[in-house]
Design a protein around this ligand. Structure first.
Ligand code: PBG
Length: 332
């Protein structure tokens, strides 16, 4: 016995020492997920009288104005840090007119939410046109069918001002148009909103994991896909460039999206970004875990907490997740 302790092959280091019991493990945990770093995405649909369940995202709904306010209050009570609002208008057209209409669905919701919970949680607005255009692309189209980048910038600038006027505490452009952050910054400054931060969806990939969201937000492209403006999953250097450009144009925070399949990108961006880094646990990630849990194939709560921990470990400071309220309660 004693002789064995001096054997060459006997463990020299014993990392297991610090894993012996929950108290020790808690003491040395390097990464912690805090409720205040979570951001809850919410969908509000114009003209609804009852919330509508989103079948591909069990537990998530398209909200009425009333149920939206209730969900926002629950998030506040759980200690969630932010809300990210998506609107689904009754009427769509080629340029997404409802997106910057002062009476458009998101503007109405922003006014109500910012009045009701604006002091307790950061009320953010996703800034894109895909939910508002009849063709489902993220901006008005050229004749060729491609999104017209520079015309879209004018639209985004106007949407940003409408959202800020309605009370958005942060605007979050997600359309991946070149120059969008600069155009929005200039418009906000001109309109008297120099204090409203921009959370830029900076590294946003053309991902299959947005599938369930497109049912939720009714924003699926009617033809083609988004790979003409969102990034190719094969690329990582491009993300660093997108982040650098967005920061140079005035982004106050940058986001990587999706998260789970792109944690390498999150880690690289977090290493070099001079501004806070967010990551989006997207609809497909949510759907995968919910579906597997429903079949009894994995422990749902542990899967939620483990994936959120992975995001933090990779270096994301804010995490957008449809589980924000529930996770915040679990973390308390
Ligand atoms: C809009 C937008 C999308 C998502 C967030 N903002 C869809 C898309 O780009 O196709 C996806 C979010 C999710 O899947 O949870 N541009």
């Amino acid at each position: 016995m004693t002789a064995a302790r001096h054997d060459a092959e006997f463990p020299i280091a014993r990392p297991r020492r610090l894993r012996r019991g929950p108290a020790l493990r808690r003491l040395v945990a390097q990464t912690r997920v805090l409720p205040e770093n979570l951001i809850l995405p919410l969908f509000v649909k114009e003209g609804l009288t009852e919330p509508v369940a989103i079948s591909s995202m069990p537990g998530q709904v398209q909200h009425t104005r009333e149920s939206l306010r209730k969900a926002a209050r629950e998030a506040v009570e759980a200690g969630v840090g932010g809300l990210m609002l998506f609107g689904i208008p009754e009427h769509k057209d080629g340029v997404g007119s409802q997106a910057d209409d002062p009476d458009g669905v998101v503007q109405v919701a922003l006014r109500e939410l910012s009045a009701e919970v604006g002091d307790d949680i950061v009320v953010m607005a996703d800034l894109c046109l895909c939910e508002y255009t009849d063709h489902g692309h993220c901006g008005p189209l050229e004749e060729s069918g491609h999104v017209d980048n520079d015309l879209t910038l004018e639209r985004y600038a106007s949407v940003a001002v409408a959202q800020a006027e309605a009370g958005a505490a942060v605007v979050a452009p997600s359309g991946m148009m070149d120059g969008q952050v600069g155009a929005i910054r200039a418009a906000l400054d001109r309109a008297g909103f120099p204090h409203v931060p921009i959370l830029a969806y900076a590294a946003k990939y053309a991902s299959v994991f947005y599938g369930p969201f497109r049912e939720a937000a009714e924003g699926a492209p009617q033809f083609g896909d988004r790979s003409g403006y969102q990034q190719d999953p094969a690329n990582v250097r491009e993300s660093l460039r997108e982040v650098a450009l967005d920061v140079a144009e005035g982004a106050d925070m940058v986001m990587v999206k999706p998260g789970l399949a792109y944690l390498d990108v999150v880690a690289k961006v977090a290493e070099s970004s001079p501004v806070p880094v967010s990551a989006y646990q997207v609809s497909g990630e949510y759907a995968m875990i919910e579906a597997a849990a429903e079949k009894g194939w994995l422990d749902r709560e542990r899967a939620i907490l483990e994936t959120l921990t992975s995001y933090r470990r990779a270096g994301a400071e804010q995490i957008l997740t449809y589980w924000a309220t529930e996770a915040a309660r679990l973390l308390r």
